[in-house]
Design a protein around this ligand. Structure first.
Ligand code: GLV
Length: 326
C-alpha cells in the first residue's frame, strides 16, 4: 500500500520530522519563511495530512481545495490559525501540542517579567555602550518583584504555571477567568477578581488567554488607563490580545512602567515599528516555547498526532473528536 501523502510546512526538530519522513510520503517546505498561500493550497490539494505551524492559515477555502485531507497537526498549542468548526463539518481532524510547552512558556513569561522589572536589557546596553562611569545611586532603578502583586488573565495551564513561579517570589496572586481554579486558590493562594480589579491592583499583568473574538484587544486604551503607573504588562499569549498602538501610547506617556512582549500584532513586528524606539518595551520574537527539549517534544507530539490521524485512529490531542466519526 502506498504511504500517505503529507506536507510539513517547515523544518521541525528531528525527533518528530524523522517519524513523519519514515512513515509517510512527505514533502517539507525548507524555507525560513512560511509557504505562500498558493503553495499551501496546491499542496493541500494532494495531501492526506498536513503538519502546520501557527503561521499557516487552515480555513474552509483550504479544506475545500483538499479532497483527501484527513488530519492537520499544528506544531503549537494555540490554534487560532485553524477554523475548527469548518474542519469538523468536513470530517477533518485537527490537533495541537498542549501540555509539553506549559512550563517552558511560563519560564519565558517570568523571564520577561523580571527583565522588565529590573531593566536588564537597558542595563546591558548601558554598560556595553560605554555609559557606565561609576556606581549610581539612582541608576536604572526598577520595580521589586518579591512581594508585588501578579495579575494573571486566564488561569489555564500556562497561567497556572506562571502562578506557581510567583509563589516562589512571595508574590500576591490575583487571577481573572470565566472559570474558577480550585488549584490556583487552594494550592497557590490566588484570589479570583474581575477584570477591573485585576488591572487596578496588579503590579504585573500577565496575559494567558487564547485569542478569540472576545479576547481581541482585551488590553485596550481603557484597560491600560486602569493599570497602575508602576505596572508591567507581559504578553506571551497572542499579539492581538493587546491593542498595539494603545500600548505604544501608554508606554510612551509612561502611563505604565513597561511591557514585555513575546507576541505582537502584527507579527512579525516590522523593524521600523515605533514600539522598538521605547526603552520600556522589551520585545522578543515569539520564542516562549523555544527550548531545545520542548521544541523536540512538540515535534514528536505533532508527528504522533498526524500519524494517528492518517492511520484512522483518534489522535491523542484531537481538537475536534466529533469529526472522528464523520
Ligand atoms: C505558540 O505560540 C504556541 O501556541 O504553541
Amino acid at each position: 500500500m502506498s504511504k500517505p501523502r503529507v506536507f510539513v510546512t517547515r523544518i521541525i526538530p528531528d525527533r518528530g520530522l524523522r517519524k513523519v519522513l519514515e512513515q509517510t510520503d512527505a514533502t517539507v517546505w525548507e524555507d525560513e519563511l512560511p509557504p505562500p498561500r498558493s503553495v499551501l493550497l496546491e499542496w493541500a490539494s494532494q495531501a492526506d495530512g498536513l503538519l502546520t505551524l501557527l503561521t499557516d492559515k487552515i480555513d474552509a477555502e483550504l479544506m475545500d481545495a483538499a479532497p483527501k485531507l484527513k488530519v492537520v497537526a499544528n506544531f503549537a498549542v494555540g490554534f487560532d490559525n485553524f477554523d475548527v468548526p469548518a474542519a469538523t463539518q468536513r470530517g477533518i481532524l485537527m490537533t495541537n501540542t498542549p501540555g509539553v510547552l506549559t512550563d517552558t512558556t511560563a519560564d519565558l513569561a517570568f523571564a520577561l517579567l523580571m527583565a522588565c522589572a529590573r531593566r536588564i536589557v537597558e542595563g546591558r546596553d548601558y554598560a556595553r555602550n560605554g555609559h557606565w562611569r561609576t556606581w549610581g545611586p539612582m541608576l536604572l532603578m526598577g520595580q521589586d518583584i518579591h512581594g508585588a502583586t501578579l495579575g494573571i488573565a486566564g488561569i489555564g495551564r500556562i497561567g497556572l504555571a506562571m502562578a506557581r513561579r510567583a509563589v516562589g517570589f512571595g508574590m500576591r496572586i490575583l487571577y481573572h477567568d470565566a472559570m474558577r481554579s480550585e488549584v490556583a486558590e487552594n494550592e497557590l493562594g490566588a484570589i479570583r477578581v474581575n477584570k477591573e480589579e485585576l488591572l487596578a491592583q496588579s503590579d504585573f499583568v500577565s496575559l494567558h488567554v487564547p485569542l478569540t473574538p472576545e479576547t481581541r484587544h482585551y488590553i485596550d486604551a481603557a484597560a491600560l488607563k486602569m493599570m497602575k503607573p508602576n505596572a508591567i504588562l507581559i504578553n506571551t499569549a497572542r499579539g492581538p490580545v493587546v491593542d498595539t498602538m494603545a500600548l505604544y501610547e501608554a508606554l510612551k506617556a509612561r502611563q505604565i512602567f513597561a511591557a514585555g512582549l513575546d507576541v505582537t500584532d502584527p507579527e512579525p513586528l516590522p523593524a521600523d515599528h515605533p514600539l522598538y524606539t521605547l526603552d520600556n518595551a522589551l520585545i522578543v520574537p515569539h520564542i516562549a516555547s523555544a527550548s531545545f527539549e520542548t521544541r523536540s517534544k512538540m515535534a514528536e507530539m505533532a508527528a504522533d498526532n498526524l500519524l494517528a490521524g492518517l492511520a484512522g485512529k483518534l489522535p491523542p490531542n484531537c481538537l475536534n473528536p466529533e469529526a472522528f466519526n464523520k
